[in-house]
Design a protein around this ligand. Structure first.
Ligand SMILES: Cc1ncc(COP(=O)(O)O)c(C=O)c1O
Length: 393
């Protein structure tokens, strides 16, 4: 594991965090609650593991229970698509709900939502398009498992596996979305495309809103580890925590976790002073959701200011996280967590269990008083791969 400690995070915050206000977080959660069959996902307490690893507590928000989607991604896609349709229809703020928008389905059903995905985001876009009653066209990069494309087609969307890298697949989707009545719904930003990715980030605030409704007041985390692909997820959570901690010293140590073979945020921070670095070509990691070569421009700016560190992990760390969560100690509840979902627990395990990581642990201030909050961002989204890893094939 390689770690970059981000000293600038403790200095004055310059980045604009207005997008992460309390009012926005409330509006987002209210919208999510309007979706059919909404239920908050559970935050599980791993008491036996915490004592085994020598920290005060470990809590894991289990996104395998997010609707029937097995991943958190729909929080961003649904809020962004609702915002897009709401604006396109010219509705009032009272009509910003699933029911309010879908009452107008006849007017928007010819629209197509276009996106590129490693799997989870595209599945979410297809699911939301089906719920609202419009069309979706999803492009997937070279090497995507056929099972992930099939899952997307199952929601009535057009899904195609290309022979392109993730970054080039995003460019293809952006090109397709220039057609009439088509909209790009992409979960990463670049200079000319920031509005929808910012709204997608806001959609992720419900992870924290739900978690803090579930936690007691003395369970405020001291350490939050969040996995990154392009960085939209960790940027959303870091910004929101920063706003929630304003005027206090409560901001948790916030550690961004990436695969070593797809560590564009780590490299941008550790090797390029916070300026974006792009990794070319195929990114060989089992963590499909995190296999992204270019940081989201708006996410990198937030993380440069708000994250306390950037950690890279090999695939073995994610595998360990999957096995530990699936086969817990004592009375701890089992959690089904996929490759991208489990890497943060795997990283915590490795940090606490391997004497070689004592110095990093110290830099992070990780000790017997630490209250750790993690997000298992997906379940077994590739079931055969999950079984192979957990059964040790
Ligand atoms: C399961 C899972 N976890 C985490 C992430 C990381 O999110 P982001 O790319 O916004 O950093 C993704 C992205 O697709 C994902 O699918």
């Amino acid at each position: 594991m390689k770690y970059h400690h981000n000293r600038s995070s403790s200095s004055k915050k310059n980045v604009e965090l207005d997008f992460a206000s309390d009012q926005t977080a409330d509006r987002v959660l209210k919208f999510h609650k309007s979706l059919p069959n909404y239920q908050a996902t559970p935050t599980q307490e791993l008491t036996a593991l915490a004592s085994h690893l020598g920290v005060a507590s470990i809590r894991v928000k289990d996104e395998s229970k997010r609707f029937d989607l097995n991943a958190f991604k729909v929080l961003g896609a649904s809020y962004a698509i609702a915002s897009l349709l709401h604006e396109w229809l010219g509705l009032s703020s009272d009509e910003f709900s699933f029911e309010g928008i879908s009452a107008q389905q006849k007017r928007y059903k010819h629209l197509t939502l276009v996106t590129a995905t490693d799997g989870n985001h595209g599945r979410a876009v297809a699911w939301v398009a089906q719920k609202f009653g419009c069309k979706a066209h999803v492009y997937m990069p070279h090497g995507t498992l056929e099972a992930r494309a099939k899952a997307i087609q199952g929601y009535g969307a057009r899904a195609e596996i290309t022979d392109l890298s993730y970054d080039d697949t995003v460019k293809l989707a952006a090109q397709t979305a220039t057609a009439p009545d088509s909209f790009l719904v992409q979960d990463t930003a670049w200079d000319e495309y920031t509005q929808i990715p910012l709204i997608i980030q806001q959609g992720y605030f419900s992870l924290l809103s739900e978690a803090f409704e579930q936690l007691k007041s003395d369970q405020w985390p001291s350490h939050v580890f969040v996995q990154a692909g392009v960085g939209s997820l960790p940027a959303a959570l870091a910004a929101r925590l920063q706003v929630m901690s304003k005027g206090t010293d409560k901001m948790p140590d916030f550690i961004v976790v990436e695969p070593t073979m797809a560590n564009c945020l780590y490299q941008s921070m550790a090797g390029n002073n916070g300026d974006s670095i792009s990794l070319d070509g195929h990114l060989p990691t089992i963590m499909a959701g995190l296999a992204c070569g270019t940081p989201s421009s708006i996410a990198l700016r937030v993380l440069a200011d708000c994250a306390s560190g950037f950690l890279c992990c090999d695939d073995e760390v994610a595998k360990r996280g999957m096995r530990v969560m699936g086969n817990p100690l004592g009375e701890d509840p089992p959690i089904t967590s996929g490759e991208s979902g489990a890497v943060t627990l795997g990283a915590l395990y490795e940090l606490c269990n391997n004497p070689a990581n004592a110095a990093v642990r110290e830099q992070m201030g990780l000790n017997a008083q630490s209250q750790v909050l993690l997000f298992s961002t997906e379940g077994d989204t590739a079931p055969e791969l999950y079984r192979d890893i957990v059964w040790g094939n």
